[in-house]
Design a protein around this ligand. Structure first.
Ligand code: CP
Length: 323
């Protein structure tokens, strides 16, 4: 479910997936994010756009980057942010997801940021909340991670410019990756010249080509001439059995080493949504090397999440005014 009006990103009610967003709607959000970058560079990193609004971070799954950057984004917009620690909340006593939400809603929450291990959890909450309450999907099962998808688009646009000239390779465990799904929808909506997924057959979705991407099981073919390489973690927690022979063999065949990176265009950028497993999908000297933009991705997440919160919770920034 996506309450977006294509081309009218400012009319978003919830932000649950990148699936129904047009290229124009994505570009509008990225433009708003661009206007928020300067807030993070000021001495006083705060604007009053969401003063008086209450945002609840409701994370039922571990997170370092997403939870923290949503908290920083909300605080920079002057909202009140509450982090619910689900390991000590009443869900441990059997309270249902929707009852937890209804109780938090009774405390006058304006916006929920939800991460949940089950696909569809954020959508379920979005269907149950009253019309003045907004929901952002911060990752649901293997379904979608739309704010990560958009911060990745923001990063690519900043470093590489026009998507219509780019070849992007998404490498690794695409099958279990909600990030890859959100990236693929956004990249195709933005008119990317070529989107490739690269990995062992056992980790590529069976019908991935129907999403408008080409599939490669050979790393050299997948990386050749790429402008952007996005490495993905092996998501063992979502695998129902062993889908790779061993970690060592996986790195030998699909790990991003300096030698393999040299197959891509010489100014290619290397991305990773994190968390990263060094020596498993990526070599340390590549992760920390001059072509890596992995830490700028994290920083960009603040401005992109500010843009999404501001657009949902209603703010002058939604009309394109520089804060
Ligand atoms: N990329 C990402 O979702 O990271 P976290 O799990 O740390 O939030």
């Amino acid at each position: 479910m996506m309450a977006a009006q294509p081309g009218n990103a400012h009319r978003l009610r919830h932000f649950l997936t990148t699936e129904d967003l047009s290229g124009g709607a994505i570009s509008e959000i990225l433009d708003t994010a661009e206007s928020f970058i300067s807030v993070g560079e000021r001495e006083i990193k705060k604007v009053p756009l969401l003063r008086g609004k209450t945002i609840v971070n409701l994370f039922f799954e571990a997170s370092t980057r997403t939870r923290t950057t949503f908290e920083i984004a909300g605080k920079r917009l002057s909202a009140d942010i509450i982090n619910i620690n689900t390991s000590v909340s009443s869900t441990q006593k059997g309270e249902s997801l929707l009852d937890t939400v209804r109780n938090l809603e009774a405390m006058h929450t304006d916006l929920f940021v939800v991460r949940h291990p089950l696909s569809g959890a954020a959508d379920l909450i979005a269907r149950s909340v009253p019309s003045h309450v907004h929901v952002v999907n911060a990752g649901d099962g293997r379904h979608a991670h739309p704010t990560q998808g958009l911060l990745d688009m923001f990063t690519i646009r900043r470093y590489k410019g026009d998507f219509r000239r780019l070849t992007v390779a998404i490498v690794g465990d695409v099958l279990h990756s909600r990030v890859a799904r959100s990236q693929i929808h956004a990249l195709t909506a933005l008119g990317t010249k070529e989107v490739r997924v690269v990995g062992p057959r056992s980790l590529l979705p069976a019908v991935v080509e129907t999403l408008g991407v080409s599939a490669h099981t050979d790393m050299a073919a997948g990386l050749s001439g790429a402008d952007v390489i996005i490495m993905l973690r092996l998501q063992f927690e979502r695998m129902s059995g062993a889908l790779i022979p061993s970690a060592g063999e996986y790195f030998d065949l699909y790990g991003l080493t300096r030698e393999r990176l040299a197959l891509a265009n010489k100014d290619a950028i290397v991305m990773h949504p994190g968390p990263m497993n060094r020596g498993l999908e990526i070599a340390s000297d590549v992760a920390d090397g001059p072509q890596s933009v992995i830490l700028p991705q994290v920083t960009n997440g603040i401005a992109v999440r500010m843009a999404i919160l501001a657009r949902l919770a209603g703010a002058s920034a939604a009309e394109g005014r520089t804060p």
